[in-house]
Design a protein around this ligand. Sequence first.
Ligand code: GLC
Length: 772
Amino acid sequence: MTSCVSMAAAGGYVSVAALSSHILRIRIGPAPLKPRSSWAVVMEDRPQVAVAVSETPQEMMLATDGLRVTVRRQDLHLTIARADGAPVLEDALPGAEFPPGGGTALTKRLQADTRLYGLGQRMGFLDKRGETVTMWATDDPLHHPGRDALYQAIPFVLALQPGGAYGIFLDSPAFTQFDLGKTQSDRLRIQTAESELDYYVIVADSPKGVLNGYSELTGRTPLPPRWSLGYQQCRWSYYPEERVREVAREFRSRQIPCDVIYLDIDHMDGYRVFTWDQGRFPDPAQLVADLRAQGFRVVTIVDPGVKADPAYSVFQEGLAGRHFMTTPDGEVYIGKVWPGPAAFPDFLQESTRRWWGRQHAQLLHLGVAGIWNDMNEPANFTDASVTGQFKGTVPGTLLQGEAECKQPHALVHNLYGLAMASATTAALQELRPKERPFLVTRSGYAGIQRYAAVWMGDNHSWWEHLLQAVPMCLGMGLSGVPFVGTDCGGFSGDATAELLVRWTQLGAFTPFFRNHSAAGTRSQEPWAFGPETEALVADAIRLRYRFLPYLYTLFAEARRTGLPVMRPLLLEYPDDERTHNLSDQFLLGEDLLVAPVYQPGAVTRMVYLPRGEWVDYWTGALYPGGQYTVADAPLHRIPLFVRQGAILPLGPVVQHTGEPAKSLTFDIFGSGAGHVYEDDGASMDYLAGDWSITRVTSRVEAGRTLVTVQPPEGKYRPVRSEVLLRLRNHRAPAAVTADGHPLSWRLEGNDLVVAVAVLDGTEQLLVEISGR
Ligand code: GLC
């Protein structure tokens, strides 16, 4: 059995392989195709997929259970249809073009109503149809609507069209452009600087199905340490150590929850990576230990640029080990970043990745909990003589890769952040094998989700960027990367009190939740704007901790399915056209609709409620879906709606995730179902089955409500003293019983709260609430 057809024709050489019944790999080149390794793809190239291959003098055909592919011999023109013959995707031109100036291109037909999403980190709204977008990792200090390439380059487009969805992933880390129907409205043209095409087509019934396939192809995010889902405080930079201690003290004395404090570049000795400024931080181990005792983790920044200082050991080792990128003449290239003249490690060399990884030992030895990779596009402060794509980065002529297969940087540029992240994460795993690694990165390529959380880089303290945070994070989710967030409060420029409140309210529902600001800007810690603002910011942070069990359950789902945590409505309601470019509200999982306020002075905002019924989280009011509604949004409140039928697992407010969460509450919205995923939140034991899922269902009948709590699946048993059922919008009952025995209950506002036994047995618990 073979899962592949290959042939040569006038148009070049082609091979089509089926990786599964719905995932195809297509390679086309002007010369015979040689084996090619990928940094993005983790799915095996040749699984045993049942395929039928046939041929005629004109065509070659490959069929799987789900798809039929036809390649025209004459020009390698390719057609993909479903097994029933329904067309999915067809070339508009020959299978590939090889322009005389180099590079390759492919052109597909676009149906009139196809929407195009994903494509990594992008400015603007969700649907990119009609635009041209560039894949080129770029350090850009000013994100504006016309801005094309940013830090993350993910050459994956997700297409939604009537009757289904498909994705195209071009596995090329070189300069690549997607013309998404701009030049010709019915054509999608993808052009890369590489000399051959290596792309994947994923066909599914829905965008969720495509993401499922794409994440099978490029990998999924492992469970992060639970502390990394807490609130994180950063600034460029907190120093000296007394300032760091002061920030920590403020959080605890003001009872504002926080899990992480970051050390930006000023903790280093003259920006020499892996060093400490002895004056500012005389005893980092003691500092980290003291913060740890207060429940804080410390994350330090690690930039790739190594100061070209002959007296500096990392530079010396890098030279001796040939770890730096060189010019074609073999000279180590010296660029310029924060430390001034700097050399750039070549992370495409395995020995370099291992060497770099080992440098982290001393950071971990000091107790540092996680790493922040920045400037890894890589950023380089080029002078005015450099224009075009190499402005702000290293020259394309530098050589990278193993000795026997060096390539010009130009062809592998977009891999820099990914390869650095892979080196860092591997080191964290090796140095602390029992703990989950935590890395947050600025740059990345397809597959970055396997190694790191991603933040959206240097935004501004502008309302426009608060609004932009939503589609930007959603687009990353549609590109396979679930663990995303923005600098809350904005990085450059000065935040205002109101902006900080609104941004923190949004950040509380983004997977990565960190407040960060640039040197020289106004401070934006939660208390920076006085007591009234502090109370509102603190409330938003507390809300985050309430929702942690739900959020963590969504991360477990993301690991299993590849679906994002933060979802555009189109993902859940692809047949509802009104969701197709809805870019200013989102769903956390399936059940919680979040509508951030992104205008100053606004006290209401328009919210689209998709089909079904939706409950205002704050008031309990029930709204029919399929309509727009004006939601109340006073400054202390971010509009939140819960799908009627949902059961959300919520936790108590704690000061940090290391504090035991003594209670778990299931918030019950009418008849429905929900579950919570739990494990120790820190170790790798979940991979060996040490986890649990507890499922709850509820049924509202005439005169009574029945709630069933299933015995937990899996081995893990959390330590807690209380499990509560909160029935939203429930009047005082006549009786509440569990398996016939009376249970105590209380009314809280419009909700009925029932305390049930802590569940660790093997029996299900049936709670009957009668007399509604
Ligand atoms: C870059 C990063 C920013 C960081 C700064 C100093 O601009 O994006 O987050 O604070 O460098 O390290």
